[in-house]
Write a protein that binds this ligand. Structure first.
Ligand SMILES: Cc1cc2nc3c(=O)[nH]c(=O)nc-3n(C[C@H](O)[C@H](O)[C@H](O)COP(=O)(O)O)c2cc1C
Length: 147
């Protein structure tokens, strides 16, 4: 997270990756059940350049880069042996070529237009506060919300 927004990365050839390419909007939810707190961030998502996405992947551990090479995320897996064999092959490719990146790895930035804070109450009289703006450069407004 920085002034530009919240960053996360996905495999473009996954259900989530295809959904974000199709409808470039997302919500992020951070939930602390013991404190009864939640922060929800909503806005448009923007893909980084291939070079920035590659740099994001190269900064990760070899095992994470090998996993990205597997592809087919969320597709049906026939056996754990198939997974382990594919992972070993991908790791060997990474070790042979440390600059190898999965071209489907996509870094996204979520540019927030709404950030909502929820404080739960044991009697369900919850306190909610939302920061919102009409566009990425608009001024932030703050509103309390009905629970
Ligand atoms: C601790 C943890 C971290 C995760 N980090 C990511 C991540 O950075 N990117 C990602 O695409 N999925 C991540 N996932 C997996 C997602 O929750 C999700 O299962 C996966 O992306 C497949 O979603 P899809 O089938 O909707 O594409 C993470 C899961 C856990 C438990």
């Amino acid at each position: 997270m920085d002034a530009g927004g919240w960053r996360f990365a996905v495999h473009a050839d996954s259900p989530k990756g295809r959904q974000l390419a199709d409808v470039p909007r997302a919500a992020l939810t951070f939930y602390w059940p013991l404190q009864g707190r939640q922060v929800r961030v909503r806005g448009a998502v923007e893909p980084a350049s291939p070079e920035q996405s590659a740099a994001d992947l190269l900064a990760r551990a070899p095992s994470a880069r090998a996993e990205a090479l597997l592809g087919r995320q969320s597709g049906h897996l026939e056996s754990l042996d198939d997974r382990d064999q594919a992972f070993r092959t991908a790791l060997a490719r990474i070790e042979a070529d440390p600059s190898l990146v999965s071209p489907e790895w996509t870094l996204y930035t979520l540019v927030p237009v709404q950030i909502e804070f929820w404080q739960a109450d044991k009697d369900r009289v919850h306190t909610r506060l939302r920061y919102e703006r009409s566009g990425r450069r608009g001024p932030w407004e703050t509103h309390m919300l009905w629970p």
